[in-house]
Write a protein that binds this ligand. Structure first.
Ligand SMILES: [Zn+2]
Length: 81
């Protein structure tokens, strides 16, 4: 199933191919990285938070790892700008 998700920041539409059964599994409590493991990290983030990869990078830096971003000092990211 082709699913179109719009980024809440840039209003761009992103198409991704997802199995509706996997979306159901996710909504019923399965971890998104397990239920939708074939999507890219950016696509999963778009589903989770409505933020596309591009906007995510702008907010958190291009090398920002989603799982560890809280542990990084924001000062170290700011130096590049
Ligand atoms: Zn965006």
């Amino acid at each position: 199933m082709k699913s179109t998700v719009r980024c809440i920041y840039c209003n761009k539409d992103y198409d991704m191919l997802v199995d509706p059964a996997d979306l159901t599994a996710w909504s019923e409590g399965e971890l998104i990285q397990v239920a939708l493991d074939y999507l890219s990290e950016g696509e999963r983030e778009l589903l989770l938070s409505g933020t596309c990869d591009t906007c995510w990078d702008e907010m958190y830096g291009e090398d920002g790892d989603i799982m560890t971003v809280e542990h990084n000092s924001h000062l170290s990211h700011r130096e590049k700008e």
